[in-house]
Design a binder for this molecule. Sequence first.
Ligand code: COA
Ligand code: ZN
Length: 307
Amino acid sequence: MTGGRPRVFMHDVSLRDGLQAAPVFVPTDDKVALADALSATGLARIEVTSYTSPQAIPMLADAAEVMRRIRRAPGVEYTVLVPNLRGAERALEAPPDEFNLVMSCSETHNLANLRMTREQSVRALRQVIRLADEAGVAVNVSLSCAFGCPMEGEVPEAPVLDLAARFLAAGAQGVTLCDTTGMAYPGQVAALSRRFIDRHPTAQLTLHLHNTRGMGLANALAGLQAGGRRFDAALGGVGGCPYAPGATGNICTEDLVHMLELEGCDTGVDLAALLDCARRLRAQVGHDLPGQVVKAGRRLDLHPAPA
Ligand code: COA
Ligand code: ZN
């Protein structure tokens, strides 16, 4: 809390989730420039890239170069997505503050996305946690399809909470519950967030929401009211997992900050600077993006009355 305002931590994932399935390769220079601009906006965490196989995710094949070239700002945590031990070893060449490990709550999606069963993923990621520990890098685990799977349907709460508990026991500092294809609805987000926080009051919980069915900001608000204080989001609402059928963009970072500040939260983010970043990304990808505030202006950006 800052002066009675709840402190909310914004994690921008534009450069990773946002660009992993982009229709065109965003040049390395542009990625570095965007990371540096984002570093000056007051975000708590920036997910810079992913150390996945370049055959699987060609758009982020320049991960190592991007991580070497960005200028890291004090107070910002830099994280990278890591799917396996090979990815972790590559990432240690320019060590980030955190590894964001990833696996799915759905067996079918885990096989499609990572070509491992869930138990194989758990074993592989435990090895990564040991490596991170030796290297002094923090670990967060992102659990995909935590609110539903586009191939299996409903994903029950129990296995999601069980995976979260196993990774926290193994040494992860936080868990991200990911709504990979926008299947979550507000009551569900509130219920799962509350259950997570009751069980793990000191662990970092992050909500990673997609706006595939227009429920993204409603879900974020429900998560906030349930005690969630960390949110992943992407500039302009870009993003989506190439191995999840029907996936579309993340909730939009600047739209979320705009809403949370109106709701009385302290996000620490300079919204004007963030809107500049959203315009920069739009120019880089060369097409319109779903973000709304960048088009409509902030709530009190007024228009002249007709003459
Ligand atoms: N980084 C770079 N190369 C990697 C790698 C990594 N993290 N993991 C595997 N590889 C390479 C292997 O060295 C091997 O290369 P080779 O053919 O030249 O020998 C090749 O990829 C296949 O290795 P294998 O262990 O059989 O991996 P796989 O084909 O089963 O792929 C993943 C496993 C996890 C690496 C791959 O599925 C992946 O990167 N998925 C991306 C998932 C993702 O980011 N989704 C979106 C975010 S949720
Ligand atoms: Zn995502």
